[in-house]
Design a protein around this ligand. Structure first.
Ligand code: HT7
Ligand code: ZN
Length: 852
């Protein structure tokens, strides 16, 4: 397949003024009748053929202004010659037949356990009807659904309904990727929201019968999101109804279709018995994210798919702000950075690196990445820091005023910031157009004197080569810095240094003593800080830094230094980190959630990333052993205090997922994992037996599996939850995630033979194959068994669901880090994937890029 280039963008030849759709639902033969009111696009003068996208559609009828045409579709669409079109406005009518029942790719109209649903982003609408399936063609839609289902839903407001039919009208012009339809035997969990201008909005969460009592948390999150967007961004909801539907078979997390969000049921359904604190957290964040898209994505959409970060980066930034407001900014920021480093830095450092705004793609589904989403959000965080909160507020108001109802670009976005703040963003734009994680090297100089000394901080940036981009210019990097004196007092409060050149020095004068700098506070830029620091300085910052992110970062860096040393040499764990962490664990003045984050060791993949960056070849087995050894050392340091500390952290009262209680459980369960290293699982087995909520139950089970126990508990868990798909996903994933390195592939092999392993369900597939690739030492076991197993399953899944197969192939993206044997084994698997007959465009593009 040929790549598509941003440079080739042209507006569409025609405008669509209005869309009328009729669906006659049938699992094997659904009829879709489309009436499109169209006109030539004045920005494309002259007469043009009309090219409509369409895939897998059986054309029944085609007419222009009532006159039948004999044009026949090809594999990707339908061309109506200019000569068959009137010079002015016209009505195009098509009737097609599709088979939702056989649609396992879960794009377009498909069926999930008897229920019809759609997924149109990015290019799924073309699997429903012939249409210019591109985001810059926007039109109001009216939809009639006929089908033998109790609930028939589409976008917008309900117009009319009767037995077996319903009509919906969406007055807001939208691109086809935001179209949605759902039909099924569903029950609603309902509520209402009054907007600040007085619109009374009906809210419904639609689920399968029996799941109604697991919707309350999601509904609360929706109402909090609606209120927050009004208060923080001045954005109100704009329809009379907001519907959410939970679906079991779904390729990603959720989808922001106008007025009809469709969610993976995993991100809606929650009760204390079935969902963990992390699940509750994610549900709140994803509900918010999809809701926020109503303005950043739907009212203002993307001109083309290269601009995906325009809506995704901004909406992630907004959902992060929201979660910070709801649950605490310090902990949220640390969690976001852990995720950014684990996913985006990993991507940026390998063969799949691409700019936040890519300039070419083969399959756009392959660009819903951590770079577009998470780095896209970081870029907005930097912009906000550079222009200040007021400047950001003015720019956003201007963005909504100027571009409401439009399909916009990154150039439009940067222009509103320039116009609102007067700042030139030409250099800043490199963050959008250049891939790779910059490294900022730090040099310090101290010049003491009678009247006070001068401290000079020199920062140098290095922008590494990435595929297709060997050389890069310097970026604008906001580096938030504060200085502490040797007593631990902050002598220079946070200020933002702007690094714009390759090397720059910043002077701080009149200091009484050589300060200890706290650099990159709040992780003010997505960069790797290369700062040779002593363990004393790190321990000092862990104790004294007033910036919670850098306080955590200091402990993290201490742990990483030790782990790198342990994995690369025969060094032992020493006592510095363990003593420091024991003090953190016991420090009742610190938020338990923050303490839990401090105690959480860097992941094995993160250690491998760090070792690679330091010029070592990571050995997965040694990393695994070092990490366990360090955890044991911490457990031994806390020793006999652990049971008392664990007991004291149990939150009072009935289960609640609120941040305070969740933080206590997070710390308590982390200490339980340490306790398991000392008692072999006695306490964890008791905790499992007594657990009154899923968070504690899963944590205890994970600890037991880590200790090589837990078989009886797994059986009890299965006996209790065997009928619950979402809970059983946890059961599958946990066993693979916590399998010993040499057993992981065999455990996965055994689980795919389990009668409940439904490989066509993306959640279940991810639970086993995804968990195996996330078990670092298991995936990279020297036998290569896990590499073969994952490749086998990607090859099997690809014909059924190319999007999910392609997404999961990122398991192989880190191959250049490892030794020649592992590199060879992974490349053999990639070659095998590439040689598979009938390989999809999705997986084909990924395997080719992974090969490099
Ligand atoms: N905008 C959506 C991205 C998306 C998607 C969702 C579900 C299935 C397939 C999908 N392809 C793209 C989700 C979001 O970012 O909010
Ligand atoms: Zn999104």
């Amino acid at each position: 397949a040929q790549p598509i280039h941003l440079a080739d963008y042209q507006p569409f030849t025609h405008l669509v003024d209005r869309v009328d759709l009729t669906f006659r639902l049938d699992p094997k033969a659904t009829r879709v009748i489309a009436r499109l009111n169209m006109a030539p696009n004045p920005v494309r003068p002259g007469r043009h053929d009309l090219r409509l996208d369409g895939e897998g559609l059986r054309l029944i009828r085609l007419a222009v202004d009532g006159r039948p045409l004999a044009c026949q579709p090809d594999a990707t669409g339908l061309t109506i010659p200019a000569g068959d079109l009137p010079g002015g406005t016209f009505t195009l009518e098509t009737e097609v037949e599709i088979a939702p029942e056989g649609n396992t790719a879960l794009e377009g109209l498909y069926m999930s356990r008897g229920m019809y649903c759609t997924q149109c982003e990015a290019e799924g609408f073309r699997k429903i009807t012939f249409y210019p399936d591109r985001p810059d063609v926007m039109a109001p839609f009216r939809v009639r659904i006929e089908g033998d289902m109790p609930v028939l839903l589409s976008n917008g407001n309900p117009v009319a309904q009767g037995p077996g039919w319903a009509e919906w009208d969406d007055p807001w012009p939208k691109p086809s990727y935001l179209f949605a339809l759902v039909a099924g035997d569903l029950r609603a969990h309902s509520d209402r929201f009054a907007t600040r201008s007085g619109r009374d909005v009906a809210l419904n969460i639609w689920v399968r019968p029996g799941d109604e009592d697991r919707c309350a948390f999601a509904m609360g999150a929706l109402k909090r999101s609606m209120a927050w967007d009004e208060e923080t961004y001045g954005r109100e909801y704009d329809l009379d109804v907001f519907n959410i539907v939970a679906v079991d078979d779904f390729n990603m997390g959720a989808m922001e279709n106008k007025g009809l969000n469709i969610f993976n049921s995993k991100f809606v359904l929650a009760s204390p018995e079935t969902a963990t604190d992390d699940d509750f957290d994610r549900i709140e964040a994803i509900i918010a994210h999809e809701y926020f898209h109503n303005w950043t994505g739907n009212r203002i959409t993307c001109r083309d798919w290269f601009q995906l970060c325009l809506k995704e980066g901004l909406t992630v930034f907004r959902d992060q702000q929201f979660s910070g407001d709801m649950r605490g900014h310090a902990v949220k920021r640390i969690e976001d950075v852990i995720l950014l480093r684990a996913r985006q830095f990993r991507e940026d450092g390998g063969p799949l690196a691409h700019p936040v705004r890519p300039d070419s793609y083969v399959e756009i589904n392959n660009f819903y990445t951590a770079t577009v989403y998470e780095k896209g959000a970081e870029v907005i965080g930097m912009l906000k820091r550079l222009v200040g909160d007021d400047g950001y507020g003015r720019a956003l108001d201007l963005y909504f005023d100027r571009h409401d109802g439009q399909a916009a670009t990154i150039e439009d976005w940067l222009k509103v910031f320039e116009d609102a703040t007067g700042r030139d963003l030409a250099q800043f734009k490199r963050w959008y157009t250049e891939a790779g994680t910059p490294t900022v090297k730090v040099f310090e100089a101290w010049n003491g004197g009678e009247a006070g000394g001068t401290y000079t901080l020199t920062l140098a940036q290095v922008n590494p080569p990435t595929p297709g981009q060997p050389e890069k210019g310097a970026k604008v990097i906001p580096v938030a810095v504060g200085l502490l004196n040797p007593n631990g007092d902050e002598v220079v409060p946070t200020q933002v240094l702007e690094l714009t050149g390759p090397v720059q020095s910043f002077r701080f004068e009149g200091l009484g003593a050589r300060p200890v700098p706290s650099i990159l506070r709040g992780f003010s830029a997505p960069v790797i800080l290369d700062h040779d620091r002593t363990a004393e300085d790190r321990a000092f910052l862990l104790q004294h830094d007033t910036d919670p992110f850098n306080k955590w970062e200091a402990g993290r860096a201490l742990a990483k230094d030790i782990l790198v040393r342990m994995a690369a040499t025969d060094a032992g764990p020493g006592t510095r980190w363990t003593q420091a962490m024991a003090a953190v664990a016991r420090d009742g003045s610190l938020d338990p959630a923050f303490r839990a984050l401090c105690l959480r060791l860097p992941s094995e993949d993160d250690i491998a990333q760090t070792l690679h960056a330091a010029g070592h070849v990571p050995d997965p087995a040694r990393i695994h052993a070092a990490r366990r050894r360090l955890a044991l050392a911490l457990a031994e340091t806390l020793g006999a205090d652990l049971p008392g500390m664990i007991a004291a952290l149990v939150p009072p009262g009935p289960y609640s997922p609120d941040p305070e209680a969740a933080g206590r459980r997070a710390l308590g369960n982390q200490l339980l994992a340490l306790q398991t290293r000392l008692d072999g699982g006695e306490a964890a087995a008791r905790r499992f037996a007594e657990a009154g909520n899923m968070t504690d139950g899963i944590a205890a089970l994970a600890s037991l599996l880590e200790a090589g126990r837990g078989q009886a508990e797994l059986a009890a868990f299965e006996a209790r939850w065997g009928g619950d798909r979402l809970v059983m996903d946890k059961w599958f994933a946990l066993q693979v995630a916590h399998a010993a390195p040499g057993d992981a592939a065999a455990v996965a092999e055994r689980l795919v033979a389990h009668p409940a392993f439904d490989w066509k369900n993306p959640n279940r597939f991810r639970a086993v194959i995804g968990a195996l690739s996330a078990n670092h030492a298991g995936f990279h076991h020297e036998s290569g068994a896990a590499y073969r197993f994952v490749a086998d399953w990607l090859i099997r899944l690809d014909p059924a669901n190319p999007q999910t197969a392609a997404r999961m192939s990122t398991a192989f993206e880190t191959w250049p880090r490892y030794d020649a044997d592992r590199q060879g084994m992974i490349r053999d698997q990639l070659a095998r994937i590439l040689a598979s007959p009938g390989l999809s465009r999705d997986l084909g593009e990924m395997a080719a890029r992974l090969m490099g």
